[in-house]
Write a protein that binds this ligand. Structure first.
Ligand code: GUN
Length: 287
C-alpha cells in the first residue's frame, strides 16, 4: 500500500461529466430543436444558498442548458410559493424544478416538495421518487449520493461484497446513499448520533461515507487501512476555510483513497443535478 492515500479528483470528474452532458444537449438541439430546462426557485437571501444557486445557473449555462432562477422575497407566503411550483409544473419547457432549501420558517418544506411534479423533481426529494429509489426502480437519483456513487465506481474495481459504513441518516444524503450502496451489493451500516462505539463500526468499512456536518469529525484511527473515504461534509471554519467531516491529514496516512473538501463530492453534486435534468427531459419527452 502507498503511504499516502490517492486523492479522488471530484472537480475533474465533474468537469468530464458536464462535458458529456453538454455534448448530449448539443445533439438534442441539432436533431430536435429542443433545449432541456432547469428552473431553480430561491426564497429569501440565505448567503450560502445564493452561492449554490448562482453556481448552478452558471454551470447550466456553460453546457447550453436553459436555466432560470426565480428569486422570491423572504416574505413570500407558502400559497405564493405553491402557485409558483404549480406554474412550473404546467410549463412544458420546464424539465427540472429545484426549490432551494432551507426555506423560511413560515413555509412547510414537505408541502412544497410534495407539490413538485415527480417527473420534474431533479432533487429526488418527492416521496414518490424516494419510494422508487427504495424499490430500486428510480430513474432520478438524489444528486449528492449519485455523485458519490460515480466517484466510488471510478475508484474501485468492484463494489460487490464490500463493507460500507454511512455516517448520517438524513433524507438528502445518508439514507439514499445507503440504498444505492445496497443496490451495488455492498453490506451497509448506517451510523448516526446514537450509534455505540462509532470508531469501531467505522474501522470495519472498506467504504466510509461521512455526512454529519461536523468538521474533522472522523479521525485517522477510525479508518481501516486502504479504505475508500467519501467526505460529504462542507463545513465553514472560523478562519473562513472549508473543511470536510474527515480529518484529511490523518486520513491521508491510512486510507487508500479519499475525496478532498473542497474539490471532491461538491462539484459532483451540481454535475449530477444537470444529469438529472437531462434524465427528466428524456423521460418526459422521449428519446
Ligand atoms: N440546499 C443544500 N443542498 C441542497 C440540495 O441538494 N437541494 C436543494 N433543493 N436545496 C439544497
Amino acid at each position: 500500500m502507498a503511504d499516502q492515500a490517492r486523492i479522488i479528483d471530484g472537480k475533474a470528474a465533474a468537469a468530464a461529466l458536464r462535458a458529456e452532458i453538454g455534448q448530449e444537449i448539443t445533439a438534442i438541439k441539432a436533431e430536435r430543436g429542443l433545449v432541456p430546462g432547469l428552473h431553480v426557485v430561491l426564497v429569501g437571501d440565505d448567503p450560502a444558498s445564493r452561492v449554490y444557486v448562482n453556481s448552478k445557473e452558471k454551470l447550466a449555462g456553460e453546457i447550453g442548458m436553459n436555466s432560470a432562477v426565480h428569486r422570491l422575497p423572504a416574505e413570500t407566503s407558502e400559497a405564493e410559493l405553491l402557485a409558483k411550483v404549480a406554474a412550473l409544473n404546467a410549463d412544458d419547457s420546464v424539465d427540472g424544478i429545484l426549490v432551494q432549501l432551507p426555506l423560511p420558517k413560515h413555509i412547510n418544506p414537505d408541502r412544497v416538495i410534495e407539490a413538485i411534479d415527480p417527473a420534474k423533481d431533479v432533487d429526488c426529494f418527492h416521496p414518490i421518487n424516494v419510494g422508487r429509489l427504495a424499490n430500486g426502480q428510480a430513474s432520478l437519483i438524489p444528486c449528492t449520493p449519485l455523485g458519490s456513487m460515480i466517484l466510488l465506481k471510478q475508484t474501485l474495481p468492484t463494489l460487490a461484497g464490500l463493507e460500507a459504513v454511512v455516517i448520517g441518516r438524513s433524507g438528502i444524503v445518508g439514507r439514499p446513499m445507503a440504498q444505492l450502496l445496497v443496490q451495488a451489493d455492498c453490506t451497509v451500516t448506517i451510523a448516526h448520533s446514537r450509534t455505540r462505539d462509532l470508531p469501531a463500526i467505522c474501522r470495519r468499512a472498506d467504504i466510509l461515507v461521512a455526512a454529519v456536518g461536523r468538521p474533522h469529525f472522523v479521525r485517522g484511527d477510525w479508518i481501516k487501512p486502504g479504505a475508500t473515504i467519501i467526505d460529504v461534509g462542507i463545513n465553514r471554519l472560523p478562519d473562513g476555510k472549508l473543511a470536510g467531516d474527515v480529518d484529511f491529514a490523518e486520513a491521508m496516512k491510512v486510507a487508500g483513497a479519499i475525496t478532498p473538501v473542497p474539490g471532491g463530492v461538491g462539484p459532483m453534486t451540481i454535475a449530477c443535478l444537470l444529469r438529472n435534468t437531462l434524465t427528466a427531459f428524456h423521460a418526459r419527452r422521449g428519446r
